[in-house]
Design a protein around this ligand. Structure first.
Ligand code: SF4
Length: 449
């Protein structure tokens, strides 16, 4: 998710660049909406950013400000109608909204909207947010007041960018669950917001700070404005962003993801040592912790698994079939490196167990003598309701098998996970309030039964 306010510049192209840097956050659809002073124009479709946007489509998106989104569906399914930004009208003014995260329990709000005479056209929580802002804005008389009311009515994880014809808004849920970075273009050229700081880097913007939990920022011809839309609640930034989701070159809440991952590897090496010939990292997110594990243990690191860079991340493909196909096409072991060797294989997480099972089988086929899996997240025991698709509890291997059963199912010689305390101590952000519900079951925002 990305937003830029930069009158006189090619805001659509800047947004396309920003979205490409954030492509890892969603690969089902991409969209850009621009505000041109009079109205909001949009182009969106299913596919990756460079499939959806051509020179021609970008040239039609002329404006002073833009927002963009790449989608990875967790609530409301996939398909074209769920692609974002979501467009709606407040009286005769169009607004576009792009949302990262998941709102919990939107059913009462849907009923409330129906009562207000608002018809919903899709099933996404983002449409509920946009329509709620519409009703609240009519009631309050100003869109910022409308956003404030929405923040009181809806709960869950949201980092949202919103474009009107003349202004860019960005706001974040009171727990700060999903990240949102704020940056500035050089020479007073404008303001930028992005889900991760790597999106700012992509267009040469300088990181200023994170948008604070519960904060609303607005950028328009009147300049930059900020207000506290809702009181901050218990700080609960998603710790899984550091483990898996975010890009290693991003800075989240003051810590560089790459360094956090290396520290995770070091801590895991102390918590779960193993006698091995080589340490391997499962690309991409397993590589920095593998380097940390090797440095701490004194074992040699080697690149024994090669990744096809043109295959999407398996975990965020929408169906099980696609996920399985993706795994086989994505990773290939190097037999000349690993044959006859005892391997400590470092991976970011085990959710369903399918990737690990196929990976271990591939390593054994390539001649590995022993495969010891070391995981830099604790066991995923609970589903995420805040924007990461870990599905239901019955799909989580750790929630349904004992440690020994999981090890046997995956086919490895040994299996160990970092402790939750170890993981938390590896992340050096400016606060110490994390959501760790998928490991602990302690949900910071109540989830209905
Ligand atoms: S439940 Fe897990 S994945 Fe979801 S927000 Fe919390 S820490 Fe992140």
């Amino acid at each position: 998710m990305f937003g830029v306010y930069a009158p006189g510049q090619d805001v659509a192209r800047m947004t396309a660049f920003g979205l490409q840097a954030l492509q890892h956050r969603g690969q089902e659809s991409a969209g850009i909406a621009v505000g041109n002073g009079k109205t909001v124009l949009i182009h969106k479709d299913l596919g990756l950013v460079d499939q959806v946007f051509t020179e021609e489509t970008l040239s039609h998106l002329d404006g002073d400000l833009a927002i963009g989104h790449t989608r990875y569906s967790t609530a409301g399914g996939g398909g074209w109608t769920a692609a974002q930004p979501h467009i709606s009208a407040i009286d005769d003014e169009l607004i576009a909204l792009a949302h990262n995260g998941t709102l919990v329990d939107t059913l009462p709000q849907r009923a409330w909207l129906a009562n207000e005479g608002v018809q919903l056209y899709g099933y996404t929580d983002s449409e509920v947010a946009a329509r709620t802002i519409g009703v609240d804005t009519r009631r309050a008389g100003h869109i910022r007041a409308g956003i404030r009311l929405m923040m009181q009515q809806l709960h869950g994880a949201y980092a949202i960018v919103l474009a009107t014809p003349t202004a860019l808004y960005a706001f974040r849920d009171p727990n700060g669950i999903r990240p949102l970075s704020l940056g500035k273009l050089p020479d007073g050229g404008g303001w930028v917001v992005a889900s991760e700081s790597c999106g700012l880097d992509a267009i040469g913007a300088v990181f200023v700070r994170d948008v604070e939990p519960g904060e609303i920022v607005k950028v328009s011809a009147s300049g930059f404005e900020s207000e506290q839309g809702i009181e901050p609640a218990r700080r609960a930034s998603c710790i899984f962003e550091y483990v898996y989701f975010a890009r290693p070159d991003s800075v989240l809440d003051g810590d560089v993801v790459y360094h956090a991952r290396r520290r995770m590897g070091r801590i895991l090496a102390r918590e779960a040592p193993v006698d091995a010939d080589y340490v391997l990292g499962v690309p991409d997110s397993g590589v920095p912790p593998a380097l940390g594990y090797a440095a701490e243990s004194g074992l040699e690191y080697c690149d024994g698994i090669v990744k096809n860079r043109y295959i999407g991340r398996t975990f965020i493909q929408p169906t099980q079939e696609m996920r399985q196909m993706g795994i086989r096409m994505k990773l290939n072991p190097l037999p000349s490196v690993i044959a006859g060797k005892r391997l400590a294989v470092i991976d970011d997480s085990i959710v369903r167990g399918n990737t690990s099972k196929q990976l271990v089988a591939m390593l054994r086929q390539a001649g590995a003598r022993e495969v010891h899996l070391r995981i830099v997240s604790p066991e995923v025991m609970w589903p995420c309701f805040y924007g990461i698709d870990t599905d239901t509890r019955d799909q989580l291997i750790s929630a349904n098998m004992t440690h020994d059963e999981a090890c046997a199912y995956i086919g490895c010689d040994s299996l160990a996970f970092i402790s939750l305390e170890g993981l938390k101590s590896a992340v050096h952000s400016v606060h110490d309030g994390y959501c760790d519900a998928c490991f602990s079951g302690d949900y910071p925002v109540p989830v209905p039964e």
